[in-house]
Design a protein around this ligand. Structure first.
Ligand SMILES: [Zn+2]
Length: 328
């Protein structure tokens, strides 16, 4: 009798466990699939899949359709000085192409366009005419150099495990790039981790200062933290609480409020989150680097090119564990 009861209990147990097992398995599979969407495997695409791009001009709200490679030349023209080393311009071309095609596949915040020309939103772009107006001399020669950088890397994109990467880039890393999750939260990406570059201090983007009166500082921080109070007579009224792995400010306290380094950067319009603070009659932010710090540093790319690195080596340096794939 006892044995029969045990068998029945086991049977009931199995009947309950099997559905639970399959439900959990299904949920895990669903999660993996959701993360894989959009499909970024480059083997599924040919270069002709990405013939033209609908570019939103952010100043006029006009949408213009442009052949992809012509668009990339305009991005490189806007994003990098033409007197940079050709290998740096080629690295910028591949990064811009990768970023653009990633957006084409992954979707965009814009309704009737694939991408916009605002660097804070998507990536900068300038027309040939507008670029020529800004250059003083050798205009055609300069433009040809940009076209050469794009043509010599035609169809090339950066991939990790055969999948297109999210190719972020910025102006100057201050010597060390940033972990992607320390800037925008979310999950870490194996190819966007801190890497070091020597030689970025030779560029004007490397260091800057931002000076605020105590009242100015308080008012700017109040835009987001309305109940903030700072007693500037207190020795420790400003205190950096935590640094990111790359040495940027992760968490900082002003008076009674703790905030993220990224929030401070936005509120005070600092060039980066890599800063130290000096308190005298004013509050002085000494800032190193320019930009969010994730992925390729543009001044770093030029520094590495001048040290003899080729564009593919520069890209492998900034996007850890990646390779270049050519879309036919
Ligand atoms: Zn945009």
């Amino acid at each position: 009798m006892k044995r029969v009861t045990i068998y029945i209990l086991i049977l009931i147990g199995i009947c309950f466990l099997i559905p639970i097992f399959f439900t959990v398995k299904f949920q895990i599979e669903k999660k993996i699939k959701e993360e894989e969407v959009p499909e970024l495997n480059v083997e599924k695409y040919s270069y002709s899949d990405f013939g033209t791009i609908r570019l939103l001009h952010s100043k006029t709200s006009e949408v213009e359709e442009i052949p992809l490679d012509e668009y990339i030349v305009g991005v490189v023209a806007a994003e990098m000085p033409v007197d940079y080393d050709i290998e740096a311009l080629k690295a910028q071309s591949v990064a811009a192409r990768t970023y653009t095609i990633y957006k084409l596949i992954a979707g965009t915040p814009h309704e009737n366009a694939d991408i916009c020309d605002n660097s804070a939103c998507c990536q900068a772009w300038i027309s040939k005419d507008a670029r020529f107006e800004k250059w003083q001399d050798n205009k055609q020669e300069k433009w040809n150099k940009l076209v050469e950088a794009v043509n010599e890397t035609l169809g090339e994109v950066i991939t990790y495990d055969k999948k297109l990467i999210n190719a972020f880039f910025h102006s100057n890393s201050g010597g060390m790039t940033e972990n992607v999750s320390d800037v925008w939260g979310g999950k870490d990406l194996p190819y966007l981790v801190p890497v070091e570059t020597k030689g970025e201090d030779a560029y004007s983007q490397y260091s800057s200062e931002a000076v605020f009166t105590k009242e100015e500082l308080l008012n700017k921080l109040k835009e987001k933290f309305s109940d903030i109070e700072i007693n500037f007579d207190e020795e420790n009224c400003i205190e950096i609480k935590e640094f990111t792995q790359s040495g940027r400010v992760k968490l900082i306290r002003f008076g009674n409020k703790e905030m993220k380094g990224t929030e401070v950067r936005t509120l005070l319009n600092l060039r980066s989150t890599n800063f130290s603070i000096e308190k005298n009659e004013n509050i002085v932010f000494k800032v190193i680097g320019y930009g969010h710090g994730v992925g390729m540093s543009q001044t770093g790319a030029d520094a590495l090119a001048k040290q003899g690195m080729k564009y593919n080596e520069i890209l492998m340096h900034y996007y850890t564990g990646t390779e270049i794939s050519k879309l036919d």
